[in-house]
Design a protein around this ligand. Structure first.
Ligand code: TXA
Ligand code: MG
Length: 344
């Protein structure tokens, strides 16, 4: 199959909507990452997503809607969920809600809940409204690789596996949406993202973060969010996260870098804008500014992909504090590092 990349003109969006209605796959930009979409209600179309990504079919998909009216036929919405929708939709928030029978098992892995989100990216919204069907869309990467934040990343992973990619430029948030389990007694973040715990608590009287967010799953443990089970966001080389007081972090990164290079390895230090110039004799890559952590979120996945492209074998990465958007950044960094975290 030939994969075309089109700028999101009115005609291109209309064509993409038509392809979705016909049961084909289309990749499109959202404010978080690029999604690989199919008609969520079409049990013939949805399996194409799993095939293209090499995704295990026990990992449920997020169903995207373009209007509030589109939600009600899909799931049961309580008052808490309604309040969150009013506050954060369209935007990077996904809710797990009790599903209704129209959701085919292939879309939500046969679970009692379904994940629903209304993205804020104007191209995503136009596409969803034009096609008139809910769209199941995971991140448009090969399963296990960092999520795509540009159309070029989607091409790198999925060229030949879908008919059309709408190229809306680089994604604003850069990390996938916050997933909140609204079927739990206390709404629980099972994947942190752009809508932080602090933000949820401005609307909800209580909310919590699943403790599995910041640690590897135990053997035999069942993930609340199955996607968190798999090796994820992983670059091909070995990534080590270094956490602690900045001067000490720099010393350790510098020394591990020198060891790697002495051992004949291609190495890189991933450092924040504020620290890069302090590394002497190290090859560095800037991954955003500590003063503006949203820039770290935006740049992280592209940086990991670049390390793969350049064949870097050893990466030493500075850690951030796990607060606000920092929780989502650390959740992805820890997984990319396969929980190889040094506290120094
Ligand atoms: O920002 C995003 O959420 C992007 C864009 C494209 O919208 N999508 C995305 O989808 O990241 P995906 O499939 O890569 O991640 C969805 C996560 C997975 O960890 C999945 O296991 C979890 O949500 N999930 C989906 N439905 C679920 C359900 N019913 N119960 C528990 N977890 C669910
Ligand atoms: Mg994904």
């Amino acid at each position: 199959m030939q994969t075309r990349v089109l700028k999101p003109s009115e005609e291109a969006i209309a064509e993409a909507a038509q392809l979705l209605r016909q049961g084909e796959l289309v990749a499109f930009p959202t404010e978080t990452v690029y999604g690989l979409g199919a008609n969520a209600l079409d049990p013939e179309a949805v399996p194409k997503i799993f095939a293209a990504k090499g995704r295990p079919n026990d990992n449920p998909l997020i169903v995207h809607v373009g209007t509030f009216a589109a939600v009600e036929p899909l799931c049961y919405v309580d008052e808490r969920a309604r309040n969150l929708m009013d506050a954060f939709w369209p935007g990077p928030l996904t809710m797990l809600l009790p599903k209704k029978s129209v959701i085919p098992a292939v879309t939500n892995a046969g679970l009692p809940s379904v994940a629903i989100r209304m993205p804020s990216h104007p191209v995503a919204l136009k596409l969803l409204r034009a096609c008139g069907v809910p769209v199941a869309a995971p991140s448009a990467n090969t399963s296990g690789r960092p999520s795509p934040t540009t159309a070029a990343h989607v091409m790198d992973d999925l060229n030949g596996k879908l008919s059309l990619i709408l190229d809306g430029g680089a994604c604003e948030v850069g990390l996938e949406s916050t997933v909140v389990d609204m079927t739990a007694v206390v709404p629980t973040i099972v994947r942190p993202g752009g809508v932080t715990l602090e933000m949820l608590l401005t609307v909800l009287t209580e909310a919590s973060v699943a403790d599995s967010v910041m640690r590897p799953l135990r053997k035999d443990e069942k993930a609340i969010s199955p996607g968190m089970m798999y090796r994820h966001y992983a670059p091909k080389g070995q990534l080590t996260l270094v956490k602690g007081e900045p001067d000490r972090v720099r010393e350790v990164c510098q020394s591990l870098y020198e060891q790697a290079v002495a051992g004949g390895k291609k190495a890189r230090v991933l450092a924040f804008e504020e620290h890069v110039s302090q590394y002497v004799g190290c090859k560095t890559l800037t991954i955003g500014s500590l003063a503006r952590p949203e820039t770290i979120a935006r740049e992280l996945f592209a940086a990991l992909r670049r390390m793969d492209d350049e064949g870097v074998e050893v990466m030493l990465c500075e850690a951030v504090a796990s607060e606000g958007i920092g929780l989502a950044i650390m959740n992805r960094m820890c997984r990319a590092a396969a929980f190889h975290v040094l506290e120094v």
